[in-house]
Ligand binder design. Structure first.
Ligand SMILES: *Cc1c(COP(=O)(O)O)cnc(C)c1O
Length: 548
């Protein structure tokens, strides 16, 4: 074996180095033997990474060759990972418990030392980090609402990291600031707002976007809150459905409104807010002396994928002069589809909208926007005029210094990958991608409906890509519905999930909801998933759950 080693790898490799070094190089060397002539030239000048350190890379003298080879190695590792990720035969995850990761696995130590490690070790660490992670782009990964790996999005992230700048001023992010403006305008258009009158900003996720919506609503009605604080305000209450995302409650906690002042509105059996209950609860709160401020309607609930009746809710908000927010973190992507956007009818009447392109549109994490119907509110609400960043005597249009609209100072560039993806597929490409996911959900629903041992949590075709269901193991099928069956059924999903994690063949989420015991939630947002993957999940649940 040692005879095959390029001289630069040295004898150290055969003696001191761990097996992974050898494996990595053996693989390379063997593949090199195959393509002898082609590779021999490049490999001979590749540095020996076991003796090369980070300080030998650029900008070090002669660092360019070394950097080039190092980056090529990294690309090889990533490409290998990507190849395996899209390979249905490969596992979705290689599960280990936290103590195993802490103790170190097969030479993969997470401990940090005082001494630098050579680049060879850095490469192995990159490989191991991917090895023990979860392949969220795998066609059989259904665990989250953000799935898939869009290669153009990936390139967007690489470029963003290379540019390594901050979104607070035009001065240091000229191109990205203009791209953000262009994307926001596209999003206003999809919602149906006049482009010149709306406002928005990209934020670190739907939770933060929802926080902005409540903060801006409060400022609109009570601008004194900015200086005087909550003590100057009456007892505010807000309304959201019992199926809405928990970030609405969190926003109330963060903003000092308090979770007790979040009033939960009832939903129908499909998880849609019941407008009559909203109206009744608003009247009730008023009669008790509270001041209703804000209603959150959800377009695409996290678990059921339900769309609240936006027009009915808008009527109630108009009548009672309340701020209407639409949390379309999950459902916003459907606006890209001419076929499915009707489900969000009425969204144009909202005062603010949350929309996460990192979910249904498949943009790499994170990418979320808060969109506000009235221009200027975000700025008025948040600006602090820090003199060292937002000088007013700059020689360009300072409305492009958008940083003071935010509750952050520095802000990550989340727009480039989104912009690049849009360029690469056009709005029609997003439309097709989303339509296909919805077709797949429909296929999955129909398959389950006719399958013995499966029970849907609610009936009717899915509106979004969520399909919620129970698996009833053979032993449970004879037991009549009642508390005993529910008690047993509650344990089924967690047990199947635990086995699924150990086997690592697929991943899907489960949860209880309201009076419903633990059930699985299937969601489709990965363009790589196909019917065979949906079928696989069903068979896998049967296989893992059959003996329960
Ligand atoms: C996912 C989700 C959120 C939160 O978005 P993050 O980006 O995870 O913070 C908010 N609302 C709904 C309806 C969601 O599905």
């Amino acid at each position: 074996i040692c005879l095959f080693l390029p001289h630069s790898l040295g004898e150290k490799m055969c003696t001191r180095m761990n097996d992974k070094y050898k494996q990595r190089h053996m693989w390379k060397i063997l593949s090199q033997v195959d393509t002898e002539e082609k590779d021999s030239g490049t490999e001979s000048c590749a540095p020996d990474f076991s003796t090369v350190y980070a300080h030998d890379l650029l900008p070090a003298n002669n660092g360019e060759e070394c950097t080039k080879h190092f980056l090529q190695e990294v690309v090889d590792i990533l490409l290998n990972y990507i190849r395996r990720m899209f390979d249905r035969e490969s596992k979705v995850l290689d599960f280990h418990y936290p103590h195993q990761l802490l103790d170190g696995l097969e030479g993969f130590s997470l401990e940090l030392s005082d001494e630098p490690e050579p680049l060879e070790q850095i490469l192995v660490d990159c490989q191991d980090t991917l090895k023990y992670g979860v392949k969220t782009g795998h066609p059989r990964f259904f665990n989250q609402l953000s799935t898939g790996l869009d290669l153009i999005g990936l390139v967007g992230e690489w470029l963003t990291a290379t540019a390594n700048t901050n979104m607070f001023t035009y001065e240091i992010a000229p191109v990205f600031i203009v791209m953000e403006d262009i994307l926001l305008k596209k999003m206003y258009t999809m919602i149906g707002w006049p482009v010149g009158e709306a406002d928005g900003i990209f934020s670190p996720g739907g939770t933060v976007s929802n926080l902005y919506s409540l903060q801006v609503a409060r400022y609109k009605y009570f601008p004194e809150v900015k200086n005087k604080g909550m003590a100057a305000l009456p007892n505010l209450v807000l309304f959201t459905s019992e199926h809405s995302h928990y970030s609405i409650k969190k926003a109330a906690a963060v903003l000092g409104i308090g979770t007790d002042n979040v009033i939960l509105v009832k939903c129908n059996e499909r998880g849609k807010m019941i407008p009559e209950d909203l109206e009744a609860k608003i009247l009730e709160a008023k009669s008790k002396g509270f001041v209703p401020l804000y209603v959150n309607a959800t377009a695409g609930t996290t678990v059921y994928g339900a769309f609240d009746p936006l027009n009915d809710i808008a009527d109630i908000c108009e009548k009672n002069k309340l701020w209407m927010h639409v949390d379309a973190a999950w459902g916003g992507g459907l606006l890209m589809s001419r076929k499915h956007s009707v489900k969000l009818e009425g969204i144009e009447r909202a005062n603010s909208v949350t929309w996460n392109p990192h979910k249904m549109m498949g943009v790499p994490l994170q990418c979320s926007a808060i969109l506000v119907r009235e221009k200027g509110l975000l700025q008025a609400c948040n600006q602090m005029n820090a003199g060292y960043l937002f000088q007013t005597d700059k020689q360009y249009d300072i409305s492009y210094d958008t940083g003071d609209k935010t509750i952050q100072c520095g802000r990550h560039v989340d727009v480039f990958k989104f912009w690049l993806m849009w360029k690469s597929k056009g709005s029609s490409g997003f439309e097709q991608q989303i339509n296909r996911c919805l077709e797949l959900a429909n296929y999955f629903y129909k398959t389950l409906k006719n399958r013995e041992g499966f029970e849907l949590v609610f009936d009717g075709e899915p509106e979004h890509t969520n399909v919620c269901f129970w698996y009833i193991p053979p032993n449970l099928r004879g037991i009549p519905k009642g508390p005993e069956r529910s008690r047993l059924l509650h344990q089924v999903a967690p047990r199947i999930k635990a086995r699924m994690m150990e086997e690592g063949t697929t991943m899907v989420g489960y949860q209880p909801h309201g009076d419903k015991v633990n059930f699985f939630r299937m969601v489709f947002s990965n363009p790589a998933s196909k019917k065979c993957d949906a079928d696989f999940l069903i068979c896998e649940i049967e296989r893992l759950g059959d003996k329960l």
